[in-house]
Design a protein around this ligand. Structure first.
Ligand SMILES: Cc1ncc(COP(=O)(O)O)c(C=O)c1O
Length: 368
């Protein structure tokens, strides 16, 4: 089976893990955590990093520290992984869904102002499938309406918007290091920020709320959202390879575009988008299966599976999911269309050009 994703781990990760095991510092204390936090934040051009247990807890922690609470509204894209909206719900606040820009699939800034109310406190732009959001427009709206911005960078480590890396625009910005992400720590995540005050608050809240100067004294109710030294050891070795992984993902994207461009010319499919201001990292190379293709997205996925090629549908819009459906949200046609027609193709950095040719060939055969 050609997998949709597969982490690339080598002797560097192994050596770090061996060091941790030998040191016996396998829990959430040890040299690798601070080093990983510092180096990752630095990579993104931000001052402070706070490592956490996963990307979802990163989002929850960020929202909690910014004071998001019951009665508040937070603007999120309709087309994203469900954790973006769930994190808002964990704060007992309401996620307000905004449609995608059809040109590059991320949240459409032009549709944000229309949903802002007195209750709106924050916007969570999600850099979907490695493509950055239009941050200038989003930051302008946030400034005008006095809203926090929390970038969800779970899928876009190293992506750039107008020459600046994602994660350097919002008040607190969140990453995931799940096994299929640009770099992985198994499970894991990080919040990065330029505010020492926010970073300090997050360090307390992720550690049960314990007062850093007085052991076993809790001024607030916190969480155990800590990353382990073992995870950070892997993360640090992965970070060294991130630029190499990005370069490989871009090569994979180029190979797919070359192989599939004829199908796009015939309007059978649409290739993974890229705006001129964006440096996309193509976390998952994705295409839209148009009506002209002649076979529906899900049927194509089945045929590819029979040929041992693993794929995924694009995310379904969140507003159609049972927990969110009752809000009776309508008029998000772009997210619905993308959710119905989009397909993620195998995008592991371990794939070779011949794999991409095999996959593209299989897609072309179905279209005939
Ligand atoms: C956009 C987005 N946000 C949040 C998450 C949650 O991250 P995690 O799985 O590490 O909790 C993910 C991925 O899993 C994601 O793709």
């Amino acid at each position: 089976m050609i997998p949709i994703a597969e982490p690339s781990l080598g002797k560097e990760e192994l050596n770090n893990v061996i060091e941790v095991v030998k040191s016996s510092w396998i829990s959430s204390k040890g040299r690798f955590i601070g080093e990983f936090e510092e180096r990752f934040a630095q990579y993104c051009g931000v001052k402070y990093g706070v490592a956490v247990s996963n990307g979802t807890t990163a989002l929850h922690l960020a929202l909690r520290v910014l004071g998001i609470k019951e009665g508040d509204e937070v603007i999120v894209p309709d087309l994203t992984f469900v954790a973006t909206a769930n994190a808002v719900r964990y704060c007992n606040a309401k996620p307000v869904f905004v449609d995608s820009d059809p040109r590059y699939w991320c949240i459409d800034p032009e549709k944000i102002e229309g949903v802002i109310t007195k209750k709106t406190k924050a916007i969570i732009p999600v850099h979907l499938y490695g493509h950055p959001c239009d941050m200038d427009s989003i930051l302008k709206i946030a400034k005008t309406h006095n809203l926090y911005v929390v970038e969800d960078c779970a899928e876009a480590h190293g992506a750039e918007y107008k020459g600046k890396r994602v994660g350097s625009f919002g008040d607190i910005n969140c990453f995931s290091f799940y096994g299929n992400k640009m770099i992985t720590t198994g499970e894991g995540g990080m919040c990065i920020t330029n505010s020492k005050e926010l970073a300090d608050k997050m360090r307390i809240l992720k550690n049960h709320g314990m007062n850093p100067k007085k052991r076993y004294w809790y001024d607030v109710i916190g969480f155990n959202y800590r990353m382990t030294n073992l995870q950070a050891a892997i993360g640090l070795a992965q970070l060294e390879k991130l630029d190499k992984f990005i370069a490989k993902k871009r090569r994979i994207a180029k190979w797919y575009s070359q192989e599939l461009k004829d199908l796009e010319r015939k309007n059978f499919i649409k290739l993974h988008p890229k705006m001129p201001w964006a440096k996309c990292v193509y976390w998952m190379y994705s295409i839209l299966i148009e009506d002209g293709f002649g076979t529906k997205r899900d049927d194509l996925a089945k045929i590819l599976e029979e040929k041992e090629i693993d794929t995924r549908p694009l995310f379904y819009p969140i507003h159609i999911m049972p927990p969110y459906k009752k809000d009776n949200i309508k008029n998000l046609p772009i997210a619905e269309r993308l959710g119905n027609f989009g397909l993620n193709l195998p995008s592991s950095v371990k794939l070779a050009q011949r794999d991409i040719i095999t996959i593209s060939q299989a897609i072309k055969e179905v279209s005939k």
